[in-house]
Design a protein around this ligand. Sequence first.
Ligand SMILES: Nc1ncnc2c1ncn2[C@@H]1O[C@H](COP(=O)(O)OP(=O)(O)O)[C@@H](O)[C@H]1O
Ligand SMILES: N[C@@H](CCOP(=O)(O)O)C(=O)O
Length: 292
Amino acid sequence: MIKITVPATSANIGPGFDSLGVALKLYLTLEVYEETSEWQVIHDYGANMPSDVNNFIVKTALLLDPNLTPHRIVVKSDIPLARGLGSSSSALLAGLAMANVLADLRLSNDALLKQATALEGHPDNVAPALLGGSVAAFYDGNQVYHAPLSLPKDINFITFIPNYELLTTEARNALPAKMTFKDSVAASAISNTLTAALNAGDFNTARVLIEKDQFHEQARAHLAPHLKIIRDTAHQLEIVGTYLSGAGPTVITLVSKDNATKLLKALTNMALPGKLLLLEPDYTGLQITKNN
Ligand SMILES: Nc1ncnc2c1ncn2[C@@H]1O[C@H](COP(=O)(O)OP(=O)(O)O)[C@@H](O)[C@H]1O
Ligand SMILES: N[C@@H](CCOP(=O)(O)O)C(=O)O
């Protein structure tokens, strides 16, 4: 049996639209069993998720090798679908990694990252899901340039996952078609300074900049009205560092360990419709193990 494990991811981290992301300790696992005459996908996502060759994971694997022999595979995941925690990237990477192993293609991580980014359209989920930790990345249509970002030691991600789905395609449709030159300069300056602050270990500057996105949050505010509510609640506790995770609707606040309990308690008392989790970064990324 081959087991592939892929972490969830939180993309953008505020102002790093389509370029910053972090892997989190929630996982999709794909177990690959015996060869079969047709693809069989065992999962508990419900009847709307295909269980045959039309399954997204199988379709992705077949893009890498159309002649792949069908297998029985089992998918289990703690990553909620269409919530802004990178479920599609985890499934996509699992499919690519499965094809890489089954067809013995021996693609490097860089080659896999390029394939995954080309399919996903942006590298901010697939790069940290593959490599672990936090990553800054840029895809020029040909190559993925990427570099690790430092995270403060003992950082926690207080994560509110609303009980409704929001497809990334829908949330991308809400984005403006254009930005002025002046606004683009300001928005990228914020993002650049955030990455420098994180790599310098200056969390006090970083957490303020995390809330200063000018690329996407405002345009998506109507799709995730709880972003403002959670940010305001955190501010009342003097906690700064709340952002829309990926395309939403999940909202995350980056906190030090001492602030985590305080914020969790306040948010629990508000009983917003959804799930609250305290997550930590995953520093390992995609893993493959083989058991005979
Ligand atoms: N494990 C999976 N198996 C098959 N398809 C998946 C899986 N995870 C995600 N998907 C597909 O990706 C879609 C969600 O992707 P997307 O809208 O980008 O949201 P997310 O923020 O969770 O990545 C799902 O509706 C489903 O079609
Ligand atoms: N940069 C993308 C990130 C999408 O992440 P997801 O987890 O919501 O798929 C965007 O903001 O559209």
